[in-house]
Design a protein around this ligand. Structure first.
Ligand SMILES: *Cc1c(COP(=O)(O)O)cnc(C)c1O
Ligand SMILES: [Zn+2]
Length: 393
């Protein structure tokens, strides 16, 4: 049987549909400024690969290599990301009157957040395409993750961060050898500066959705969920949304899983996007049934990963919410900080403020009766509370 490491085919523009080669370096579509979507030969995988074979492989994100973009295994840069626990929240379930509540505990990833998944994929593919230096604007965790994977890949790294980014993010980037530039502004300002630097000096920009592969790493969370639930999907996924790579990535994974014939039931989850009331472009656009977001001015929230005034892929995020019959919800900083305490006291999980926001949102959704008590619900704790200690004092 003729099997390949990856069944990568090409890149397709999410805006105009134009096809780009996956053997060359691409960022986003130069014609229409939209995100490029990675395509695989799913029919071949379907006839060559058994889902149970993947379950038997050693743990980690890269056991799904057929649906990841790295063609030569030697280019895989891994620090042991993926296969984070799916925990049932029995104590909180009782308090909230639910029967099927889970958390995907992404804080056990290298560098303490799920950004590791995306940057493992992006840095690996960049290495495969001959990139020597990578640059990123970040609200925090993506910087630390990029610096770590770049160090392991032997690449130069440059990072633009708002100066009020949690200290852990700044230090973890510096210690891995990245050049860190602290700016007086938001991630959107950082993105502008990194973009200019990239063009002037030939750095490869791995900004969220401005390169095709970070979402591919994050989509594996969707594959893991399907496998954990016996090749079925949960009813509701509650996801703290900044740039939206995980949300859009998982939605893509569910389509791929259907096309691969790996799901026992094809019923899709309702996707919930959670943001903070101090920066809520997605809930606002969702309320207006809009297809894109307006730039959110004066963004502020303690959950630095959610401090994204407008995602480059706002249209893809909103499309996923509409297609899934999902919703978008904004929570106050006080509510997410209280939820952080509750998660730790009831379940022993010290979540990042972003992750805790999903519990605060869940409570609102229960009050609105948007959620049925017996539904299978998955919260995403996207990072460790330990990375934010200088902000909570
Ligand atoms: C980046 C980040 C988010 C937002 O993730 P996206 O996939 O970009 O929407 C949420 N939580 C944490 C801890 C993050 O670092
Ligand atoms: Zn295009």
């Amino acid at each position: 049987m003729n099997t390949q490491h990856s069944y990568l085919v090409d890149l397709k523009c999410s805006g105009c549909g134009k096809i780009y080669s996956a053997n060359e370096i691409h960022t986003f579509c130069p014609d229409c400024q939209s995100t490029l979507i990675v395509q695989y030969d799913l029919d071949s995988i379907r006839s060559h690969i058994d889902r149970d074979e993947i379950t038997r492989r050693p743990k980690g994100m890269w056991r799904w290599h057929e649906v990841l973009p790295v063609v030569d295994k030697q280019n895989q840069i891994t620090l042991g990301e993926g296969d984070c626990a799916l925990l049932s929240l029995n104590n909180l379930s009782k308090t909230l009157g639910l029967t099927n509540l889970y958390v995907k505990e992404e804080s056990s990833n290298p560098t303490g957040s799920f950004k590791a998944r995306g940057l493992s994929a992006a840095v690996s593919k960049a290495k495969e395409l001959g990139v020597k230096k990578v640059i990123i604007p970040t609200a925090g965790n993506a910087g630390g993750a990029m610096a770590s994977y770049a160090a392991r890949a032997g690449m130069q790294a440059m990072i633009y961060m708002p100066k009020d980014t949690p200290k852990a993010n700044i230090e973890e980037s510096r210690i891995a050898g990245a050049e860190v530039i602290l700016i007086d502004g938001l991630i959107s300002d950082a993105a502008g500066m990194a973009g200019v630097k990239a063009r002037e000096e030939g750095w490869f920009d791995v900004s969220t959705f401005k390169e095709p592969y970070r979402a591919e790493g994050k989509k594996i969370m969707g594959y893991e969920l399907a496998e954990s639930f016996g090749w079925e999907l949960p009813d509701v996924i509650i996801y703290p949304t900044g740039g939206g790579t995980g949300l859009v990535g998982m939605w893509k994974a569910f389509q791929e899983l259907e096309n691969l014939g790996w799901l026992n039931k094809t019923k899709r989850p309702r996707m919930v996007s959670v943001q903070a009331t101090g920066c809520a472009p997605i809930p606002l656009a969702f309320q207006k049934k809009a297809m894109f977001c307006d730039f959110w001015t004066g963004a502020h929230t303690i959950a630095s990963g959610l401090r994204v005034p407008k995602s480059f892929a706002d249209q893809l995020i909103l499309k996923c919410l509409y297609e899934s019959n999902g919703t978008a919800i904004a929570v106050e900083d006080e509510a997410l900080m209280q939820a952080q305490q509750e998660l730790a006291k009831a379940e022993g999980i010290f979540a990042a403020p972003e992750g805790a926001a999903t519990l605060a949102a869940l409570k609102d959704l229960i009050n609105q009766k948007w959620i049925h008590p017996d539904e299978k619900i998955v919260l995403f704790n996207t990072g460790s509370g330990l990375k934010y200690l200088d902000h909570t004092g």
